[in-house]
Design a protein around this ligand. Sequence first.
Ligand code: PLP
Length: 357
Amino acid sequence: MRAFNFAAGPSTLPLEVLQEAQRDLLDFSGTGMSITEISHRNKAFSAVVEEGESLLRGLLNISDDYAVIFVQGGASTQFAAVPLNLMHHRKADYVVTGNFAKKAFEEGSIYGDAACVASSGDKTFTYIPDVKKIPFRKGTDYVHICSNNTIFGTRYAEFPETEAPLVADMSSEILSREIDVSKFGVIYAGAQKNLAPAGVTIVIAKRSLIGDPLEICPTMLKWKVQDKDKSLYNTPPCFPIYVATLVLRRLKALGGIKVMNEINEYKAGLLYDFIDNSPFYTNGVEKKYRSIMNVPFVTPSAELDDAFVKSAAKEGLVSLKGHRLVGGMRASIYNAMPVEGVKALIEFMKKFEKENA
Ligand SMILES: *Cc1c(COP(=O)(O)O)cnc(C)c1O
């Protein structure tokens, strides 16, 4: 039996996608070769890359003003690629709302004058600073935010209006809610949360911004090179790109991001409502900023948290342990987590509360 996997990443994928990948593992598209064996220059594979790009463009309504590329190295490599492609005046603003936002800021500081212009660290990252009051500086090359904070379970309810191009790490929420791409200079996302196995990262970058990377930028990190070569500058992560394409096909068939977002709001709503009405479980995030992807919560004690994680796993509800920085539990309920998974979790929470309150 398949477990309900609440891992923060890599994370659960749709069963139908895994089954389709299983078939193609031996014979992809009548080539007599596995999807894992086929050359990335084979037409059958370049068709996959093209379809993936075109599905992303359709689902997120991305215009031709933007490059859409598949790259390697995870979101963490993009922490460096962002300054290396954009930091012409060596000056950028960062909003620090969690661990990954902080890492991005620290990486940016290697290349120039990176400033943390706002942070929610004063209250252990349980909120997002008011975007209208952030003192952005003049003359910066970009403003960097992390739109959904995977560890702390927060997300931006609205995005800042900035003079400099807005760059967003959307790793843990891409394709989960509708966003207006035209408001962003660059969006990037490691795929292993909402889209694919680990190994591929999506970059959506305004072409007018990426023509002139810093001289020291490694070729592999030049977005314009990846754009020109249609993500095939070198051997790309073929299998994750292929799975991403299957996931995107399925998302389109479901009705797109609007429908997906409604389902996600419904799932998260069930869980938050239950937590808010329970005297036993607590989620400390300011309601307005609660993530619909990552839901951290605690019981009244660390011992009970431990017991919760262990007994949930015995019932097929796995990977609920919170990140080591916050402890407690975290239910990551990405696009591929079925409603039944969330309902099963709530039933278990009720039972555990009854036995331990
Ligand atoms: C998981 C995650 C990362 C790190 O991604 P890697 O692909 O492991 O480098 C960065 N940012 C956010 C928001 C994440 O959730």
